[in-house]
Structures are given as structure tokens and as C-alpha cells.
Design a protein around this ligand. Structure first.
Ligand code: ATP
Ligand code: MG
Length: 428
């Protein structure tokens, strides 16, 4: 059953946390609308946005489903409700409510329904509860089958009255809630190929931070699979925000230097420190005010408290770890919900497994780490890593990862050996 059969359609976007904001609420709402407009780009027809109190009304010369699909990706709306809009007269409202329930009851005979009315225009002759009662009675009188069920209704008919227009809706999708992306500033998310880091970035985006991404590959000693994955993940994440950039840094040679310097069982933590140092320097260029990682306390050897502390010691910016208290299964479920799981599950050659000791240390000693690092010129190493960084903009309009973007020096590139599945994974 299509809503178009009942009149002009639109989509109601209920504001989430934004509506808790005080005097600066308009700033958040403007950001929300900017992000919505960006999400509507390329939809294939004109669209319009109208703002009422705590709700945004979205319409246009495009199918309602397309509007719903785009709006559901915009962070900051509590719900996305396809609706029919009619003039705010009793006759129009009643006729539409009755017609809708008749059609719904044909699909699902004997359904239980509830009417929830809300009057934004206090001039309207009936109060909200009077209107709900009136509509319920008219539906029962004119349509055979439906019954009123206020506790566990199969269908909730919501009726929202504005001065000129009234919106009727009987479908509701949960929105992504949170704060509009960008309203809290910018962050740089460390994106590996696993399940955790994309979920972490997504959570941080939902707290209003726009994210750029950095991925460290093991090039020239690993193939480009991890870069393809990071690219596909960033592209997926960019569908929820004004697109952020992906910086790809080939870490392999520096990893070898750490191994040669005698990192031994501290190799993984030493690498993680180098990543965070480098990311910190990169953040100064991208304007990020924080780093984001997918660490979850104790999940693997490198994420014990002692090792996280060792990493934080070299961080110039706060390291945000939104998954710190999450369990792996919760994280994987969330990865499925946001659309990154299918990419994360693909095989790759992670730079962290390169040179990883058989038994990684769970209690990195800072003095030992300092001793290893003193054998390297860290400033020089970091500068070289940054100089070699490649910058990509994973967006929906980019079909392929450019060949030179693998993070592997051309001579040693193994991009031909990227599993076909990794290439195919990049959402078209
Ligand atoms: P993930 O599932 O995100 O790969 P993980 O469980 O494998 O995480 P680690 O490998 O210990 O955990 O990595 C912890 C965090 O460090 C990651 O979530 C990510 O933010 C960052 N990180 C690890 N490896 C890389 C990499 N190669 N490039 C960028 N960031 C990385
Ligand atoms: Mg990992």
C-alpha cells in the first residue's frame, strides 16, 4: 500500500537530542539541515525542507521511499515517518484517516489501532485528545473490522496538526538519533580493517564529531587488501556524514625499524604508539581535535589497561575510545546494523600481524619502550610517514580505488593480488 494513494506525501523527521539544546539550538538545527541537504544530493529531483517545532518536514518531486532512505542516514533525527499531508480541516483529516484505516484493514483484517493526535496550532477547534477520540469513532463507524487497542496496537495513526497542513502517518522508522555530525568539531579516526574501528567512528560521529580517517598498511611488506577494506569502510561511513578524507600511510618500513631496534614482545604496542604519534601529527593538518580508536578494554593483548596507558603517553590529543566497555558480539551486531560488517569480515593482511611476536606483552613497560624508541629518530620517522601519506576521498561517486592509492610503492606493489572479494566488497 502506497501513501501516494491518499494524497500528497512527505516525510516527518522528528528531532532527536537537538531539541534538548537551549539558546543555541538553532545552530544544531541548521547543521542538521545542512547535513540533510548533503544527504539528498543526487537524489534525482527537487526537494524541499520545512521546519516546524522539533520536526522537519521533507518533501519533493521524488518517490517518498527515496526520501526515507536518504533521511534515515542522517544522524540527529529520532524518527523518520512517511506521511500524507492534507489541509487542516476536519473534513480532510477525517476522510484521510478513514481511508487509510480501510486500506490497512484490508491488508490485515481485524487490526488493533490507536490514534495519537498532536495539535501544534492551538487555534484548531478540537484539542488533541478530542480529535483522537473523534477520529477513532469515525473509523469504527465507517470501516468494518478494526478495533481500538491503546495498549498494543498493530497500527498507530499519528495526526499532527499545523496551521495550514496536517500530517497523517502510520509508519515509523527509528532514526539514528545523536547530535548532527560536525556540531562537536572534527576528529581523526584510526581505521583498521576490523569490526571495531568503523563502529567506533560511527559512534563518535553520532556524538557530533565529523571524522577523517587514517589507515596504516603494512606496505611494502603486505598486499593492498587492507587498503581496499579501509577505503570501502570509509566510503560506507561517509554515507552518514559530509564525506571525510582517508589518509593511507605505509607503515611497513617503520615497523621493521622498531623490530630491528629490539622491540621484541613490545612490537605491537610500539607500533601502536607510532601510529598514535603519527596520527597526532596528521591531526594538526586536518584540524582534528581528537583521535578515535576501536579499543575495547582487554579484548586483545594490545588493549590491556597497561598497554592503553602506554599508547596514551605519546598522544598529543585526547584518544576517544567509544567501545572501551563493549563486548565483541555487541560490536559485530552494530557493525551489521550500520553496514560495515560485510567489509570487515573480508580477509586482509593486517599490518599488526606483520612482525607480531608469538606472545605479545600485555604489560608494556614504559622504560623498555623508551629504550627501544631512543634507538630511532622518531621525529624523522614520523615526518617520513606523513610525507608518504596518500589522501583519498571515499565517496559514493567514486567507483574504484585509484591504482596508485594502495600505500605500496609502485615497484613493490602487490595490488594485483588483492582478493577479488575485497574489490567486489566496495559498495557500488
Ligand atoms: P579493529 O577491529 O578495529 O581492527 P582490533 O580488535 O583488531 O580492532 P587492534 O588491532 O588492537 O584491535 O587495534 C585497536 C585499534 O587501533 C583499532 O580499533 C584501530 O582504531 C587502531 N588500529 C589498529 N590497527 C590499525 C591500522 N592498521 N590502521 C589504523 N588504525 C589501526
Ligand atoms: Mg585490528
Amino acid at each position: 500500500m502506497r501513501m501516494d494513494d491518499f494524497g500528497d506525501t512527505c516525510v516527518l523527521l522528528k528531532h532527536g537530542e537537538v531539541f534538548l539544546k537551549g539558546h543555541n539550538r538553532h545552530r544544531f538545527v541548521e547543521r542538521l539541515h545542512d547535513n540533510l541537504r548533503l544527504a539528498l544530493r543526487g537524489i534525482g529531483g527537487s526537494t524541499w525542507i520545512k521546519v516546524a517545532q522539533n520536526v522537519t518536514v521533507l518533501g519533493g518531486q521524488v518517490p517518498q521511499e527515496a526520501l526515507v532512505e536518504r533521511a534515515r542516514r542522517v544522524i540527529g533525527f529520532a524518527s523518520v515517518e512517511p506521511a500524507v499531508r492534507v489541509p487542516s480541516t476536519m473534513a480532510d483529516i477525517t476522510a484521510t484517516a478513514v481511508a487509510a484505516l480501510r486500506a490497512l484493514n484490508t491488508e490485515r483484517p481485524g487490526l488493533g489501532f490507536a490514534v495519537r493526535a498532536k495539535r501544534r496550532d492551538k487555534q484548531f477547534p478540537l484539542t488533541s485528545s478530542q480529535l483522537a477520540g473523534h477520529l477513532g469513532a469515525r473509523i469504527l463507524a465507517e470501516v468494518e473490522g478494526p478495533r481500538v487497542d491503546l495498549t498494543r496496537p498493530d497500527v498507530v495513526l499519528t495526526v499532527e496538526i499545523d496551521r495550514k497542513e496536517t500530517y497523517l502517518s502510520w509508519a515509523r522508522h527509528p532514526g539514528l538519533t545523536g547530535l548532527p555530525v560536525g556540531s562537536s568539531g572534527r576528529a581523526l579516526a584510526l581505521l583498521s580493517g576490523g569490526y571495531d574501528s568503523p563502529v567506533a567512528a560511527h559512534r563518535i560521529m553520532r556524538r557530533g564529531l565529523a571524522c577523517d580517517f587514517v589507515h596504516f598498511s603494512g606496505a611494502p611488506y603486505t598486499n593492498a587488501a587492507s587498503v581496499y577494506k579501509a577505503y570501502a569502510l570509509a566510503r560506507e561511513l561517509n554515507r552518514y556524514q559530509p564525506p571525510g578524507k582517508l589518509h593511507v600511510i605505509a607503515l611497513g618500513k617503520a615497523q621493521k625499524q622498531l623490530a630491528v631496534a629490539g622491540a621484541g614482545r613490545l612490537q605491537v604496542v610500539a607500533q601502536r604508539r607510532l601510529m598514535v604519534r603519527t596520527a597526532g601529527a596528521l591531526a594538526a593538518r586536518t584540524g582534528a581535535q581528537a583521535l578515535v580508536t576501536g579499543d575495547s578494554l582487554g579484548q586483545v593483548a594490545s588493549q590491556t589497561l597497561a598497554n592503553l596507558v602506554a599508547v596514551d603517553e605519546v598522544a598529543e590529543l585526547p584518544v576517544l575510545r567509544p567501545l572501551i566497555g563493549r563486548e565483541k558480539q555487541e560490536i559485530i551486531d552494530e557493525a551489521r546494523a550500520i553496514g560495515t560488517a560485510d567489509i570487515s569480515m573480508l580477509p586482509d593482511e593486517d599490518c599488526c600481524s606483520l612482525l607480531a611476536p608469538p606472545r605479545a606483552s600485555t604489560r608494556a613497560g614504559l622504560p623498555q619502550l623508551h629504550a627501544v624508541e631512543r634507538r630511532l629518530d622518531l621525529d624523522e620517522v614520523t615526518a617520513a610517514l606523513l610525507d608518504g601519506a596518500q589522501v583519498l576521498l571515499p565517496g559514493e561517486d567514486t567507483a574504484e580505488v585509484p591504482a596508485q592509492s594502495t600505500g605500496c610503492p609502485a615497484s613493490e606493489s602487490e595490488s594485483e593480488s588483492v582478493p577479488a572479494s575485497a574489490r567486489a566488497s566496495a559498495p557500488a
